[in-house]
Unconditional design. Sequence first.
Length: 267
Amino acid sequence: MFSDPRDYQIVFLTTFLGLGIMTRDWSIKPELILTLILSCCLTQLVLTSLLKPTENLLPTLKSALITSLGLSLLLRADRVSTMLLAGILAIASKFIFTTNKKHWFNPANFGIIIALILTPDAWVSPGQWGSDWWYLVLFFGMGGIVLKRVGRWDTSVAFLGSYALLEIARNIWLGWTWDVCLHKLMSGSLLLFTLFMITDPRSIPNARFARIIWSIAIAGLAFILRNYFYINEAVFIALFTISPLTILFDRLWLAPRFNWYYSELKA
């Protein structure tokens, strides 16, 4: 239906946000969501106009809107100033940390980490979706559509598969019941991360083999941080830490760069 995969992302992330507010009784305030949307889109507009005046603004604003929706779904805070900081720096990171026109970090992930580090009221709630099975079906259904259009399903499979294997092995080693493992793996936030954040084609390696290694490294680090350091934000910290390796991997394994309008070209 849409020629640009970003249109699917906008529709699906907006749907998830609406469902979270209506069915999970999220406490996020409308002004915080509005702050994220405006800060991301206005920062994108200003920086693109100043630094890339020949670039088409509409596609870049789509990306900024996706970033703001991702932050609205995953980041929680009590103050407008925290969301303002997260939104501005998330978009600014694309212009500051870049090599060969490719940014080092997923913008939403960068905004989350910066908010967690620099503000006293930011947090990420890994259990905000609960573990209802129909959320699982919805996430995989909509996420699958986006991944098919973008062609980066290997990243999600490598990450979630390796992370699940590590959790299953630990579960067996400790002799725990299977419901403990399933509870961890059916987290809505984990699935959103897997299907919509770690697959951002503009901040992950171009070559398929490189993406698989990159994803496994993130899964391994997230597993260690979550289970041995008891950090709830483990997956976001792991992505933030491993992301800069994308630049190195693109040099080691050469492959065509992703193009939003020609995403059928698989690396």
